[in-house]
Design a protein around this ligand. Structure first.
Ligand code: NCD
Length: 299
């Protein structure tokens, strides 16, 4: 496996994380037009699960950096003829691609790809990890609070199936913040004890809402959308009880009036669309790192 791959937040040190966030910030400042000084930066994106933000913000980042991009149509690739993921990626590697961005429904799919020599950027593996989502979440908190130490973060919703919850728990705990979990007891996950949302919200700096991951088998039995919103979601009443400087986050796609009241999506405390802009910045930073470039010097 290439050492510049980004597979899981578990593989990054505090210093690695801060280097990526600083590069992302500088991509929004004095390195806006920076491009990869390479003739060869052919990137292949392979999304085996639905995606809008991760897919197209990776593509935007790649194009802004001057990469050439192949958007591999996974639904009509030879995977559908029974070819393994390893054989598909090795084939594309022989075709000259210099890096792969992959989203796949299998947890730790990348373990099958040990023999691939070019960097792999994990765009989400099952309920395992979502490192670039986590990095854009961290960037959003860092911009807001100027630190990632000592924050109180509550993540609420379908914890059992969420790779976003998993990556954020790993990284925020490493960085010295507290992460608590809330939501239906039936979506509790080992190591992620569920606490009462109304209790957690009172002193939370960040309230991160999650979508119900029905595609991963999450079922909401005998509960309507409005009951879910009232019981576990971010309703107007709960929003009103948040701390003065606290913010609302959501990796999106969000389901309006299920996990979040529609009027709160772009409310004052919401940073949901800011997160999307940050997605391009952190993906530029991780691509730069994947191609072996050291962190930027501040000009
Ligand atoms: C998340 C994902 O795919 O894990 N979304 C994203 O990448 N922006 C969360 C989700 O789909 O609910």
């Amino acid at each position: 496996m290439n050492k510049n791959s980004l597979l899981s937040m578990r593989d990054l040190t505090k210093e690695d994380i801060m280097n990526i966030l600083n590069d992302a910030l500088l991509f929004d400042d004095c390195y806006r037009d920076w491009q990869l000084p390479l003739k060869k930066a052919l990137v292949a994106n392979l999304f085996f699960e639905a995606s809008t933000r991760t897919h197209y913000s990776f593509e935007s980042a790649e194009l802004q950096l001057g990469c050439k991009v192949a958007d591999v149509q996974t639904s009509v690739s030879s995977i559908t003829k029974g070819e393994t993921l390893y054989d598909t990626i090795r084939t594309l590697e022989e075709h000259g691609y210099d890096a792969f961005v992959i989203r796949h429904s299998e947890d730790e799919y990348y373990k099958q790809l040990e023999g691939v020599k070019v960097p792999i950027l994990n765009a989400g593996d099952g309920k395992g990890d979502h490192p670039t989502q986590c990095l854009l979440d961290l960037l959003t908190m860092y911009q807001e609070f100027g630190t990632l130490e000592g924050l109180n973060v509550v993540i609420c919703g379908d914890i059992a199936h969420s790779r976003v919850a998993a990556s954020n728990k790993t990284a925020l705990e490493l960085l010295g913040s507290t992460v608590r979990f809330s939501g239906p007891k039936f979506w509790e996950r080992e190591g992620y004890p569920i606490i009462d949302f109304d209790e957690a919200i009172k002193d939370a700096d960040v309230v991160m809402m999650l979508r119900i991951q029905r595609e991963r088998g999450a079922k909401l039995e005998a509960m309507s959308d409005s009951e879910y919103l009232e019981t576990y979601g971010l309703s107007k009443a709960r929003y009103a009880r948040m701390k003065k400087n606290a913010i609302v986050m959501h990796p999106a796609p969000f389901n309006r009036n299920v996990e979040i009241d529609t009027d709160l999506v772009e409310a004052e405390k919401s940073r949901i669309f800011k997160q999307m802009a940050n997605g391009v910045l952190v993906r530029k930073a991780v691509l730069k790192r994947a191609f072996g470039f050291a962190p930027f010097e501040v000009k």
